[in-house]
Design a binder for this molecule. Structure first.
Ligand code: UTP
Length: 286
């Protein structure tokens, strides 16, 4: 069955980016010239996704407004003769079919996925965490959908992490199937380096089969009262094979000020309009 739907989870508090996130969703922070959330939506579209289910929460209405149509703005741009900008604004409003679900209580990533159950129904689906920005030739989600089509299992995105960072990630115990493709034998949530089963850390892209919903519903809240997606994956692993895809591309964690800055500089340097000037400026500065 084709992967047609994607959940983008954007309901978290963004505590690592306080105080900015007191009154602004972190998903609306700009990365060069687009908000973070647009990268996730465009990655989904470029991977063949037909419907996006965006999980939001109180204080996140700027995300809904961003993808909505603004007749007033279009009128103003039309009057000013800004044809190119006008077309870009219209393109944004028509990017893809998006539906929104508000998570009323932030009970974790697992809970955010679970509340989309009725809309996903009985088909495989993607999950994207918008603060993980992946810069790659082939969209990371597309690489994962290809693995799903080949193996018919859930697929987790993984990347190599340094030993001191295993405590920040879910880490898989892998059995290599082929180049950059693994079967997941077990999962460890944020293990100490000496207990980590490998250096392959889970990052924010998943292809999940609908059976994950029963696993999520049966998963009790764990750490800090949140329902963890990793716990539900552990549960699913008892019944089904799960694969892991070491995608090709560079990932940035834009959920922290330093990660966001690194992504901003790296992507701006690649931008044909901004890059050359920025490179010169950085040389002068350093
Ligand atoms: P994080 O663990 O990164 O939390 O969530 P966060 O709130 O975004 O950021 P920090 O850690 O407090 O700074 C991982 C993903 O799960 C979503 C987040 O929006 C993010 O995409 N999430 C998390 C929800 O949608 N709902 C939740 O209850 C928790």
């Amino acid at each position: 069955m084709k992967v047609r739907k994607a959940i983008i989870t954007a309901a978290g508090w963004g505590t690592r980016f306080l105080p900015v996130t007191r009154s602004q969703p972190k998903e609306m922070l700009p990365l060069v010239n687009r908000p973070l959330i647009q990268y996730a939506v465009e990655e989904a579209i470029n991977s063949g996704i037909e419907q996006v289910i965006l999980i939001t929460a109180m204080g996140k209405h700027a995300i809904e407004d961003y993808f909505d149509r603004s007749f007033e703005l279009e009128y103003v741009l039309e009057q000013k003769g800004e044809t190119e900008l006008l077309q870009e604004m219209r393109r944004l409003s028509n990017l893809v079919n998006i539906c929104y679900i508000r998570q009323k209580e932030q009970l974790g990533l697992g809970h955010a996925v679970l509340i989309a159950r009725d809309i996903i129904a009985d088909e495989p689906f993607a999950v994207l965490l918008p603060d993980d920005i992946i810069d790659s030739r082939v969209p990371a989600l597309k690489q994962m959908i290809e693995v799903y089509e080949q193996r018919g299992t859930s697929v987790i995105a993984v990347e190599r992490v340094s030993p001191q960072d295993t405590v920040k990630y879910g880490i898989i115990e892998p059995k290599e199937i082929s180049h950059r493709l693994y079967q997941v034998l077990s999962l460890a949530e944020k293990p100490e380096p000496q207990e980590a089963p490998s250096d392959l850390g889970i990052v924010g892209r998943y292809i999940l089969v609908p059976e994950i919903f029963d696993a999520l519903a049966a998963t009790p809240p764990g750490r800090i009262k949140e329902i963890q997606l990793t716990d539900a994956l552990q549960r699913l692993l008892k019944q089904q094979v799960i694969s892991a895809c070491e995608f090709e591309g560079v990932r940035y964690d834009t959920g922290t000020p330093s990660g966001w800055l690194e992504a901003t500089i790296a992507l701006a340097l690649k931008d044909p309009d901004i890059g050359p000037g920025l490179r010169q400026y950085l040389r002068r500065l350093l």
